[in-house]
Design a protein around this ligand. Structure first.
Ligand code: BG6
Length: 498
């Protein structure tokens, strides 16, 4: 079957940095359906050749070592450019003509990818609908909507309504690139392709769960966007809540889009809504020192670049088990990890055994960058009586598999072309996720509580977030996995050779 991918926002950063390199990689690996035409739509006046040349340069930069000039020569003729303005309905009529010419009489699956600034989503959707471009008599039509999907529940619902006026829900693919990460998908494999974890994956054995997405980068040139978003909208509503749902959900009956999404939605529905009076105690917010001096940032900005949130899931499996979500910019290292912190043994016979949660068993799922899983458990220290110490079993993808971990967009783009929506959010899912975030943002704005801590760049967020965890009788597990791995392997090598 022929495919056409139409990218709106063709001259933008996402197209250059992610979409075209991913499509090129799929071509190079011979996974891109043939023929696939890629049509860029944007206001910048370009010809096909000029766009190809620009993309050759950006793809070489972003695809890195896997860029191969010969493979690019094979891929580039599939790239076409159509200059147009999203806000002008007439430009969609000419797009329609251009696509008909490219595709000929042939039936073709079409994917419309909204890679524009979010304010153009609604006009693009309406004009696609009005120009008859969502109509499916000459092949399936799908639309991909990038994040942010709205800025709160009301705007997300409005966007869903706009989509549903032009497209059926089955045609809509709301992207969250975290779901395209191999290690996020591996969460499902870890839980549901192994029998040993599921019996202990519940309130009887788990003390709490931590989901951290720490970034070293600052907001840089994205200050304008960040001032409207903040870390709660930018990372929690989507990436962190997606990881929470995969960690907490029940096993779906089948590996199918709606079966998976039904289970995720059940988790979101079970998350206890945060009452305004609880927000100060259940959240931490911070801003890195220097944020207010970033370009396009207000000198008195109250926007959070760090947040920690405690969520409770009111169901049989998770009653009483807090899920701590945390994310920040300008942190000490880049790491996304999920920590399943198990309970302490009910009675300790041995010296040096668990006395704090940090000493009890722990499963650390490294989403990135040191992709892997570690199981922490107590071991007898040799020749030291019955002294015990926390040690770990350490699995790393890079040690067991060759070929590296592909960028999330490769998997997601291929899934859209094949019509598999398992790794995309459904309309009810995004609205429910906003329903968890909105009350927190509203309470922060109305009460100014909790205070906005300022933290030094290069730290694990504000020290107040540690105090907050201590008040809960817990501690964050803060290990920079790359450094830890480097240190632990170098520390291990002499002893293995002894
Ligand atoms: C994006 C956010 O969705 O995810 C960025 O807008 C963030 O602010 C990025 O930096 C993180 O993605 P990754 O894949 O680098 O963890």
């Amino acid at each position: 079957m022929a495919h056409t991918v139409v990218i709106f926002g063709a001259s933008g950063d996402l197209t250059n940095r992610k979409l075209v390199p991913a499509l090129y990689e799929l071509y190079r690996k011979r996974r891109l359906p043939q023929p696939t035409r890629i049509v860029g739509f944007s206001r910048t006046p370009f010809g096909h050749e000029a766009w190809r040349e620009e993309l050759a340069e950006s793809t070489a930069r972003f695809a890195g070592e896997s860029f191969n000039a010969t493979a690019w020569q094979g891929f580039a003729p599939a790239l076409f450019y159509h200059s147009g303005d999203i806000e002008r309905p007439g430009d969609f009529a000419s797009l329609r003509k251009c696509l008909a010419e490219l595709e000929g009489e042939q039936e073709s699956t079409r994917v419309y990818y909204l890679a524009t600034a979010p304010r153009f989503y609604e006009p693009a959707i309406a004009h696609l609908g009005a120009a008859g471009l969502a109509e499916q008599s000459l092949g399936v039509r799908r639309i991909v909507v990038e994040k942010p999907f709205g800025g709160d529940r009301t705007s997300a619902r409005r966007l869903n309504d706009a989509l549903h006026r032009a497209f059926a829900e089955q045609q809509v693919y709301r992207i969250d690139h975290y779901l395209g990460k191999e290690t996020v998908q591996n969460l499902l494999v870890l839980r549901f392709a192994n029998a040993i974890f599921e019996p202990i994956w519940n309130r009887n054995y788990v003390d709490h769960v931590e989901i951290t997405a720490a970034e070293e980068v600052t907001v840089g040139h994205r200050g304008g966007y960040y001032e409207r978003a903040g870390v709660l909208r930018d990372m929690f509503q989507n990436h962190l809540l997606q990881q929470l749902t995969l960690t907490a959900m029940e096993a779906p009956a089948r590996f199918e889009a709606d079966a998976i999404r039904d289970e995720k939605v059940k988790v979101l529905r079970a998350i206890r809504p945060m009452r305004p009076e609880d927000v100060a105690a259940q959240t931490v917010r911070g801003q890195y020192a220097g944020y207010r001096q970033e370009p396009q940032v207000a000198p008195d900005s109250q926007i959070e670049t760090f947040a920690a949130v405690k969520l409770l899931i009111d169901n049989w499996r998770w009653q009483g088990v807090p899920f701590y979500l945390r994310s920040g910019k300008a942190m000490s290292c880049r790491t996304t990890q999920i920590v399943i912190q198990f309970r302490e043994p009910p009675h300790m016979l041995f010296e040096g055994g668990p006395r704090t949660a940090l000493e009890a068993n722990r499963l650390v799922i490294q989403i990135q960058p040191a992709e892997g899983i570690q199981l922490h458990f107590q071991t007898k220290v040799p020749d030291a009586g019955m002294r015990v110490r926390l040690t770990d079993l350490d699995f790393r993808f890079q040690d067991k598999f060759t070929g590296g971990i592909p960028d999330a967009y490769q998997r997601l783009l291929l899934d859209v072309m094949h019509g598999d929506a398992s790794l995309f959010a459904r309309s009810d899912e995004v609205e429910l996720a906003w329903g968890i975030i909105d009350p927190i943002l509203a309470a922060w704005c109305e009460t100014g509580q909790p205070e906005l801590f300022v933290y030094e760049p290069g730290a694990w967020g504000p020290p107040g977030s540690w105090d907050w965890m201590l008040q809960q009788g817990r501690q964050w597990f803060d290990v920079c996995p790359v450094l830890h791995y480097r240190n632990s392997t170098s520390a291990r090598s002499p002893s293995t050779s002894q």
